[in-house]
Design a protein around this ligand. Sequence first.
Ligand code: DQA
Length: 145
Amino acid sequence: NGILILNGPNLNLLGTRQPEVYGTTTLAMVEDACRAHGKAIGVNVSCHQTNHEGGMVDAIHAAKGVQAGLVINAGAYTHTSIALMDAVASVELPAVEVHLSNIHARESYRHVSYLAKVALGQICGFGPQGYILALDALKSHLEGS
Ligand code: DQA
C-alpha cells in the first residue's frame, strides 16, 4: 500500500526558488508533511527527487511491483516529456499529477501536460497542499471509492 512521491527538476530548490510563484515551503517540509499524512491515513509514503528525466523514468520503473501508486510533480518535463508519459503508461500504476502553481493560469507552454494523458487526474494551484490532496485522491482510488 505504498505511494511514491516523485518530484522532478528544480523542485529541490523549493523554498528559495521564485517564492512569489512557488512559496517558501522547502521540499524537505513538503516531504515531511507527505510522510506524516501517509502515517495518518495508513499509507506508506516514499519520496524521491531528481533533476534528470532519465532518473525519473528509472524511479517510475522501480516503483512497479513495489508501490501501489504514484504522485508526480514532473516540473518542466510535464510539458515536454513523452518518455515520462510512456513510463507511467508502461508500469500501469495509478498516478496523480501535482503542480504547486496553477499551470493553466500561466504561460501557454505550461498549459500542455503529457503526463495528464496517463494520470488519473491533475491537482494544480494549491501549493504544497496539492500533494496531500493527491495522497487522499490516490488512497480513495486504490480503495475503489
Ligand atoms: C511546476 C510547474 C511547471 O510548469 C514548472 O516548470 C515547475 C513547477 C509546479 O509545481 O507548479 O518546475 O510543476
